[in-house]
Write a protein that binds this ligand. Structure first.
Ligand code: FPP
Ligand code: MG
Length: 298
């Protein structure tokens, strides 16, 4: 069913009538297409839903192109990032093209649908700015982190679910809550996998969040669990390449302190709320997306 979304994205890019842009677009790895799946599961495979899914995936792809420039990331989804192969200028402009074409197509939707998606993209951008700011030093403030995660990741998933519900004449608020919980849980699981999984599984360097300056939820919980001396050691590891002994120390402390488990239970609780909402709404496939996301290994 996702093929229809891929085809629609290609058709949108074909509208631009530019060979180079099509080539660059085709080289982007597809990823999980979580947002497209949500739209189609909520709104069915009607033409409007396929279009909405394509628009949202294009905006999401644009945000990742920009994010990789901002993070100076060399890989994305297991392959070299566009900024690594083509340079940052190309990656930024390709992001701008996907983003503006997505918005152009968004104007064809009902006003409240367009407003929900556009508003989320503003949140996404503020969230990315907060992420950069928070990365300047070790951040032990959970509230600031959770707010940033909501803006950077959950807001677009929330708007995806809500706008698909609007298309289908379903209750937008219920689906918005589902999407918000799914989005936050998704990011927390991502944070955990960064610490527990290998680079091969992740398709990007392992234990890279702290190196990049990202004090994710497990690190905040680890900080809370440590004594003063070890807190200082943890802070000293922030924002620079980790050697093997630092990696081993973090892993051991993450497990022994229960910080990883605490973060996992938090994601699980958010996920369970979303599952309960969808069971009540008679949407087992949407409940299953949450369960699979929480149990994923990459
Ligand atoms: C990935 O975060 C980044 C995002 C989910 C959002 C990025 C948003 C922008 C760059 C705002 C600009 C938006 C548009 C539409 C042009 P991450 O670095 O934590 O995750 P990663 O490990 O996947 O890189
Ligand atoms: Mg990044």
């Amino acid at each position: 069913m996702l093929e229809s979304v891929e085809a629609r994205m290609e058709a949108f890019i074909a509208d631009l009538d530019n060979r180079e842009i099509m080539d660059l677009f085709r080289r982007l790895p597809a990823g999980k297409r979580l947002r497209a799946k949500l739209v189609l599961k909520i709104a069915g495979e009607r033409e409007e839903a396929v279009k909405l899914a394509a628009v949202i995936e294009m905006i999401h792809a644009a945000s990742l192109l920009h994010d990789d420039v901002i993070d100076d990331a060399q890989t994305r989804r297991g392959v070299a990032s566009m900024n690594a192969t083509e340079g940052s200028k190309q990656a930024i402009m390709m992001g701008d093209i996907l983003y503006s074409k997505g918005f152009e197509e968004l104007t064809g939707f009902e006003r409240r649908i367009a407003a929900a998606v556009a508003g989320a993209v503003t949140q996404l951008s503020i969230g990315e700015l907060m992420d950069v700011r928070l990365g300047e030093r070790f951040n032990p403030d959970k509230e600031a982190y959770m707010k940033m995660v909501y803006q950077k990741t959950a807001a677009l998933i929330e708007a995806t679910a809500a706008s698909a519900a609007m298309l289908a004449g379903k209750e937008a608020e219920v689906y918005a809550t589902y999407g918000r919980n799914l989005g936050i849980a998704f990011q927390i699981i991502d944070d955990i996998l960064d610490i527990t999984q290998s680079a091969e599984k992740l398709g990007k360097p392992a234990m890279h969040d702290l190196e990049e300056g990202k004090t994710t939820l497990p690190y905040i919980y680890l900080y809370e669990a440590l004594g003063e001396r070890e807190r200082q050691k943890l802070i000293s590891l922030h924002g620079k390449p980790l050697d093997e002994s630092a990696r081993a120390w973090i892993k051991e402390k993450m497990v022994a302190s229960g910080a990883l488990q605490r973060a996992y239970l938090e994601a699980k609780a958010l996920g369970e709320e979303a599952v309960a909402l969808m069971r009540k709404a008679g949407e087992p496939a949407l409940a299953e997306i949450v369960t699979a996301m929480i149990e994923r290994e990459f």
